[in-house]
Ligand binder design. Structure first.
Ligand code: SF4
Length: 370
């Protein structure tokens, strides 16, 4: 869902400032036509999760979301226990209340809080403040949606360690099931890249990361991925599928998917046209795809380790041939080298980063570059 009320200065997602009169009905029709075209890729396969991401999906009404989900149910084997997540931003005044989204089928919400501090929020160009966060949390409670995530950033412009710890404490006190705790990074082609703000220095940011993680762990939020912390058994199932290198369809402007082609077992990555205007032209010409690429063996190896090594549980050896169609022998020597360096260890059919390795995940991932 590609629109936002306004573009945040640090954002490099495919999000576009919402036009005056956004064609929301038309966009939902486009999603359905796009889905229709991709159905043969997943015939007979159960769908275990749906994720409405963006952009700001909560700019769409509960009726829009409900209509899309009904159409998915009519066309695919959507499991009754499927995790169905809506990304929402506090202060998106257009959105319906969470009880309405729950009635439409949403059973998990990811809330873009980022910080509870009004000044910090202003400095990163967010449209919401503390009041809007509290309203969203209340609305989630009245909807009975206890399975929700709070997105929280640290190392924000002008932020000190005390403020970042306060943010973590307030997030914990909101009793979410999941907290994503991540470092603000300045990405190319953003407003912040053009005019960089004053950021906390590297050592301060490192302390914020360590202290934040300690607070989260002490409050029962186990870290299971580089930036993801969850209460027991409450990890994001949709994201786990990405990180386990599973298959997923991608519907919508700029969406990226990965599918193992049923006929020949090859793995393809594909993306849809990025700009909403270009994407909506698909309603006339049926052309949704911007790119389709069949992955070569060395790309499969790298992508597999890039994703699975993000997880604390490490890499499942059995997953390797199931997900890539390749033999484990192709990577055995590189795994052994990492074991000898003391950054990976092998346990219970898994290759797991050691305590030392967890600090250098990027370096281990690079060992699997083509
Ligand atoms: S609300 Fe999220 S997706 Fe939209 S511009 Fe801001 S960071 Fe990007």
């Amino acid at each position: 869902m590609p629109w936002c009320v306004r573009k945040c200065p640090y954002c490099d997602f495919n999000s576009h400032a919402m036009p005056g009169n956004p064609p929301l009905d038309e966009y939902i029709q486009a999603l359905l036509a796009d889905l229709e075209q991709d159905l043969p890729l997943v015939w007979g396969r159960p769908v275990k999760s749906v994720y409405f991401g963006g952009g700001t999906p909560s700019l769409f009404s509960a009726d829009h979301i409900g209509a899309f989900l009904s159409a998915v149910r009519a066309r695919l084997d959507l499991s009754p226990a499927a995790e169905i997540t809506l990304e929402a931003n506090p202060g998106t005044i257009e959105h319906d209340s969470f009880p309405a989204y729950a009635n439409a089928g949403i059973n998990r919400v990811s809330l873009g809080v980022q910080s509870f501090d009004n000044e910090a929020l202003k400095r990163i160009g967010r449209i919401h403040g503390r009041d809007e966060i509290e309203q969203s949390l209340k609305s989630l409670k009245s909807a009975g949606i206890s399975n929700f995530n709070i997105d929280l950033m640290y190392a924000l412009p002008g932020q000190g360690p005390e403020q970042s710890m306060r943010d973590v404490e307030l997030a914990i006190n909101a009793h979410p099931a999941h907290i994503s705790y991540y470092h603000l990074t300045i990405e190319p082609n953003t407003a912040f890249a053009a005019q960089p703000p004053q950021l906390p220095d590297h050592d301060v940011a490192w302390d914020m990361q360590q202290t934040g993680q300690d607070l989260l762990e002490a409050a029962g939020f186990g870290q299971y991925e580089i930036s993801a912390f969850a209460q027991k058994d409450m990890h994001g199932r949709h994201n786990m599928n990405y990180w386990r290198y599973g298959d997923f369809l991608a519907i919508g402007a700029g969406a990226h998917g990965k599918i193992t082609t049923p006929a020949d077992g090859r793995v393809q990555r594909f993306s849809k046209h990025r700009h909403p205007k270009r994407y909506l032209q698909g309603l006339e010409n049926g052309d949704w795809r911007a790119e389709t690429r069949i992955l070569a063996a060395d790309e499969l190896i790298f992508e597999f380790f890039l994703n699975q090594l993000r997880l604390k549980q490490g890499v499942y050896i059995n997953d390797f041939s199931v997900r890539t169609g390749l033999s484990w022998q192709l990577v055995e020597r590189r795994v052994q080298q990492a074991v000898e360096k003391g950054v990976l260890e092998i346990h219970d059919e898994r290759v797991i980063p050691t305590t030392l390795g967890w600090k250098f995940v990027n370096d281990i991932q690079q060992m699997f570059l083509p």
